[in-house]
Design a protein around this ligand. Structure first.
Ligand SMILES: *[C@@H]1O[C@H](CO)[C@@H](O)[C@H](O)[C@H]1NC(C)=O
Ligand SMILES: *[C@@H]1O[C@H](CO)[C@@H](O)[C@H](O)[C@H]1NC(C)=O
Ligand SMILES: *[C@@H]1O[C@H](CO)[C@@H](O)[C@H](O)[C@H]1NC(C)=O
Ligand SMILES: *[C@@H]1O[C@H](CO)[C@@H](O)[C@H](O)[C@H]1NC(C)=O
Length: 598
């Protein structure tokens, strides 16, 4: 019965991928390649080639890097090229030859030039995320023609001039434009329906619309010409009605303001001098009292007798992978820094280490019992580091000697997806529990793992210790897979299959909201027993079923999870297979929400 069921659901899932024989036309492919060349600022076709964008391949079936398609309808839906260091410009005319694009995300590159009017040819655009670039000029008035737009993020650029007629975009949910040089008055957006709004640090002037006040001063400050609630600056009209006495009162306030500002500057200078002196004179004491583990005056990972001398020889043993980023990073500083034990398990302990008076915080993973020579460990770390994927947390540095293997990661303050499931999102963030977010996390994790499996195919080096506590959340609450390949003893085909099984467990956790204690088989059994009776919503997290999530999609993800956990290795899908199933689900959910929201 179960095996019939597995085969059946596998059939359904797989048939939905290959049912489409659509291909993208050559002129669209050529346009997209032009677009990528302009984006990279390099007219040689090497760049496009390195992303797999070639005329002889198909963007959808051959998976051009950064391109996602709706596999069912065979249409190009998303172009996501974030943080790739591109310093060219956005050739919107070529880009929007792919007229069905829904998502264009190019944030955190070094893009220059303007956003040209042809962007409105991408009529179905729902997400335009071009924040964190060096784009300039005024926004084209044609932008107001993008009436499917839900999320517009142009923040942290050099855009100037007045905003186009954005109020005509009725479904806009996000408008982030902070840190630009935009001017004019704030348009009358449909503030009631906006989730996110930030225009701080621009040159906007005039009254703040009443409904915009709910976003608080943080979303409006840094615009010297703005007045009214919630800023503590009343508007001119009311001022002129006041008596002259009050106006002179305002002048007084201004003088006091300047005096205060001067005082602050002096204070700041004094503080900076003090800090510099302090740094010169004092040697930072070892802060051992912060943790219970550190009963001795020594770092928890100090090494034999060398620890107190901290000779340059030791320093050089710390292999820094992320070059240039952190000047204060040395083995010596690590040993001196205060460390806090975060977690301890049979594969090793994890510490939080604060360097340079809190300027950088790292997580140090101390790997236990890894039967491996230091030389081989170094090779492995270098190899893992070669595979770079936005959902895989790269190690910052590592140290290995015969006795000790340490790996450093950047500390992620939002914790792991465990926090998310238990509704206690770390940091300032609200716990994110929605179905679309969970599906997105599932897809990103699967994509990251599929990428790594492909990169490390020759060595057959899997993650080896995949669990929800190892899936961290970055500052945008996107998942980061940490500790890839650290604890794995042997490189075998089955380490890939173990990852697939463990991803299945994580998918079940995301769906049910229950956290797995041991190896997940009990949870799988429970789910299967409920499922065998009849398809039922009972297994799903209550938080999800209360939402508008589609039960059908949740059931489909459940099927994927159970496929991953199939006891027979032969019927377990590969990670690439899992990724494409989840991507298809995510696309369909997005299309559904696009259709239902329009
Ligand atoms: C693309 O970039 C090149 C320079 O790299 C420029 O000459 C060309 O005009 C750009 N094309 C478009 C359509 O912007
Ligand atoms: C363009 O890319 C090619 C191949 O990657 C490289 O050799 C060349 O230096 C690049 N040119 C510029 C201007 O970056
Ligand atoms: C883009 O970066 C490349 C290599 O880093 C550099 O050669 C080129 O001049 C840059 N182009 C622009 C327009 O800044
Ligand atoms: C808006 O942007 C500013 C500037 O980047 C930032 O400091 C502020 O926290 C943002 N406000 C909100 C509410 O996110």
């Amino acid at each position: 019965m179960p095996s019939f069921w597995f085969t059946f659901s596998l059939f359904i899932l797989i048939s939905s991928f290959f049912s489409s024989s659509h291909t993208i036309e050559d002129d669209i492919k050529l346009s997209l390649i032009d677009f990528l060349q302009n984006l990279s600022g390099n007219n040689s076709d090497e760049v496009a080639k390195s992303f797999g964008w070639t005329i002889s391949t198909d963007p959808c079936t051959d998976r051009w890097n950064g391109v996602s398609c709706n596999t069912r309808t065979g249409t190009l839906r998303k172009i996501i090229l974030e943080g790739k260091g591109f310093n060219g410009s956005i050739d919107a005319r070529s880009l929007c030859k792919a007229t069905r694009l829904a998502v264009v995300s190019l944030h955190h590159n070094e893009l220059q030039g303007t956003l040209s009017p042809e962007i409105s040819d991408c009529k179905q655009l729902t997400h335009l995320l071009i924040n964190g670039n060096k784009l300039s000029g005024s926004l084209p008035s044609s932008l107001s023609g993008l009436n499917n737009l839900k999320r517009l993020d142009i923040s942290n650029n050099i855009f100037s001039g007045e905003l186009p007629d954005l109020p005509s975009i009725s479904g806009l949910r996000t408008f982030l434009a902070h840190d630009n040089k935009l001017s004019g008055s704030i348009p009358q957006l449909d503030f009631k329906n906006l989730d996110e709004f930030n225009i701080s640090n621009n040159l906007f002037i005039g009254n703040i619309p009443q409904d915009a006040a709910k976003f608080g001063p943080g979303s409006l400050s840094g615009n010297p010409g703005l007045c009214g609630e919630p800023l503590k600056k009343p508007c001119q009209e009311t001022l002129s009605k006041r008596k002259s006495k009050e106006i002179s009162g305002e002048k007084l306030a201004m003088i006091i303001g300047y005096a205060l500002l001067g005082f602050l500057v002096i204070l700041l200078l004094a503080f900076m001098i003090y800090r510099r002196r302090k740094k010169k004179n004092s040697v930072k004491p070892v802060n051992a009292s912060t943790t219970s583990e550190l009963s001795e005056q020594r770092s928890p990972y100090s090494i034999g007798d060398d620890s107190n001398t901290a000779s340059p020889v030791i320093t050089s043993d710390l292999v820094v992978l992320k070059s240039g980023a952190i000047p204060e990073l040395s083995f010596e500083n690590l040993l001196k820094a205060p460390a806090e034990l975060l977690a301890k398990s049979k594969v090793g302990s994890t510490y939080k280490v604060v360097l340079e008076e809190g300027r950088s915080t790292f997580v140090v993973k101390r790997v236990k019992d890894l039967k491996m020579l230091g030389k081989d460990f170094s090779k492995r770390m270098a190899m893992i580091d070669k595979g770079k994927h936005e959902s895989v947390l790269p190690a910052v540095a590592f140290y290995c000697s015969k006795q000790e293997k340490l790996v450093l990661y950047e500390y992620q303050q939002n914790g792991s997806i465990i926090n998310l499931l238990q509704g206690s999102g770390g940091g300032e963030h609200q716990p994110l529990t929605g179905w679309n977010k969970r599906l997105d996390i599932a897809a990103r994790v699967a994509n990251g793992l599929a990428f790594m499996h492909k990169e490390l195919e020759d060595r057959e080096l899997g993650h080896g210790n995949l669990k929800s506590t190892n899936i961290l959340l970055d500052k945008n609450m996107n998942p980061l897979i940490s500790e890839y390949g650290l604890t794995i003893q042997s490189e075998t085909k089955s380490s890939f299959m173990d990852d697939v099984f463990n991803l299945g467990v994580i998918l079940l956790e995301l769906l049910t909201g229950r956290v797995v204690q041991n190896n997940g088989s009990e949870l799988a059994q429970w789910v299967q027993s409920v499922v065998k009776e009849e398809w039922t919503v009972e297994v799903f997290d209550k938080v999800l079923t209360g939402e508008t999530a589609s039960e059908e999609a949740m059931v489909s993800l459940l099927q994927v999870a159970l496929l991953c956990m199939n006891s027979s290795l032969d019927t377990r899908p590969s990670m690439a297979g899992v990724a494409s199933m989840i991507n298809t689900l995510r696309d369909e959910e997005e299309d559904r929400s696009i259709v239902s929201e329009v």
